[in-house]
Design a protein around this ligand. Structure first.
Ligand SMILES: [Fe+2]
Ligand SMILES: [Fe+2]
Length: 347
């Protein structure tokens, strides 16, 4: 109970109100300074770091993009992981194991980058576990033959590099830096895929046919990895204004097509697109329409393997729970021991 007289109480309230107003003014000033600093960083094409002030939408966009990217790396281990035990030689097996392991590493760098934005790892992993998260639709297609491992490396990792090289300059520091290392590994992945297809296309007629079949099935979905056409990609423009994305979906897709046409010729394989031809005027290859109905159906969960991919992920996460629990218990015990030692030393 206050011992102040009503007059003094009124004065107290006045002081409180004044203090609150002052705090609100200071917070607004801080946001204004933060906003100006953010705008300057973007205008001067510099990095935004985790402790810098950033608009809520910028943070949200990054968490969405980085976590979807991380999920794609993790789910993307499955189609090729299925082939590790069936790789045709010890050398191929060792290379494929290293490649799949790299993808796990990519997922981990990216989950760490998402954590620097204040989103706990468990939260984004739960989104994947519950089926609410999106990941690249290409990984919902099966890898039917060994040649698919080649086609995935050449076309899927090839599309990933085309998409990711500009992301090395993304305005958010931890994302851009993670991408530098990822791109180095992706370029090894693409070469190993190309080399698998080269060996097959220069082997027996049946092997060449197997390579061609894998390319036929992977080409369309690989071109769709860049996302919908520019006029149907509402978030792209904002991402470009924030220097997260540097080129539009269609620009990147064109760059990819221009890159793979001569590579397919060197492989002795054809790309399954009758409309594919050099356009002298544009200085680029023209290519045919893509099946966007299929793309959106796969995104919605109706691809050939959506259920299987998610079920496998859930099983692996459940079966690995005891490892995470044991590691956490061990870390807690070590921390407790350290603090007990420190108390003893300071006593
Ligand atoms: Fe990767
Ligand atoms: Fe890769």
């Amino acid at each position: 109970m206050s011992t102040h007289t009503p007059a003094l109480q009124a004065l107290d309230h006045h002081d409180d109100a004044e203090q609150l107003a002052q705090q609100a003014r200071e917070a607004a000033d801080e946001a204004q300074v933060g906003w100006e600093q953010f705008e300057r960083l973007i205008a001067e094409d510099m990095r935004v770091e985790p402790r810098d002030w950033m608009p809520a939408d910028y943070r949200k966009t990054l968490v969405r993009q980085i976590s979807q990217h991380a999920h794609s790396e993790i789910i993307g281990m499955q189609p090729e992981g299925n082939w590790i035990t069936r790789a045709p030689s010890l050398k191929r097996k060792a290379v494929l194991m290293a490649k799949v392991q790299d993808e796990a590493g990519h997922g981990l760098y990216l989950y760490s980058a998402a954590e620097t934005l204040g989103t706990p790892r468990d939260e984004v992993l739960d989104q994947l576990y519950s089926g609410r998260a999106k990941y690249s639709s290409i990984f919902n297609y099966p890898a039917r033959t060994w040649a698919d491992v080649g086609a995935i490396g050449w076309l899927v990792d090839g599309a990933a590099i085309t998409n990711q090289v500009p992301l090395c300059r993304a305005s958010y520091g931890p994302y851009g830096r993670a991408m530098v290392r990822i791109c180095k590994e992706e370029s090894f992945h693409q070469r190993q895929g190309w080399e698998i297809l080269y060996a097959l296309s220069h082997g027996t007629e049946a092997q060449k046919q197997m390579a061609q079949d894998a390319v036929n099935r992977t080409y369309g979905p690989a071109l769709q990895m860049f996302g919908p056409p520019d006029d149907e990609s509402p978030n792209s423009q904002q991402s470009m204004a924030w220097n997260i994305k540097r080129f539009s979906n269609d620009e990147l897709r064109q760059r990819f097509v221009d890159m793979i046409v001569p590579q397919a010729e060197a492989l002795g394989l054809t790309l399954p697109d009758p409309d594919l031809k050099w356009n002298e005027e544009r200085g680029h290859y023209d290519y045919g329409a893509l099946d966007w109905d299929e793309f959106f159906a796969v995104i919605k969960g109706e691809g050939p393997l959506n259920h299987q991919r998610l079920a496998h992920y859930r099983r692996a996460r459940d079966e690995g729970a005891w490892v995470r629990e044991a590691a956490a218990a061990y870390a807690a015990k070590q921390a407790q021991r350290r603090s007990a030692e420190e108390t003893l030393l300071s006593a």
